[in-house]
Design a protein around this ligand. Structure first.
Ligand SMILES: [Zn+2]
Length: 94
């Protein structure tokens, strides 16, 4: 689902043990039919990973740069950020 620019999300730390067989960011890119992805906070295009975040008490995957993936506390997303639940991405074969 898309959320509005400036919406606050929170990194879920300690999720490195939760893997996607093809990589979260690859599944995210394919699921959303994107040509390229960029960090949902700063728009950096590379290197990007699929980060676990909390929004409205639920866990989602979003694209993030390594810097923002390490941040604690609330972060404001940029325009047209798409949240996808990890359970949906686990169904995606890349
Ligand atoms: Zn970033």
């Amino acid at each position: 689902m898309k959320i509005k620019e400036g919406t606050l999300i929170k990194n879920k730390n300690g999720t490195s043990d939760q893997n996607h067989p093809n990589g979260w960011i690859n599944a995210y890119t394919k699921y959303n039919k994107l040509d390229k992805v960029s960090c949902c906070i700063c728009s950096l295009e590379s290197p990007i990973l699929g980060a676990h975040i909390l929004y409205d008490s639920h866990t989602y995957i979003v694209p993030m740069c390594h810097f923002h993936n390490k941040q604690h506390g609330l972060l404001a997303v940029n325009k047209d950020t798409i949240l996808v639940p990890p359970s949906i991405l686990l169904e995606v074969k890349v």
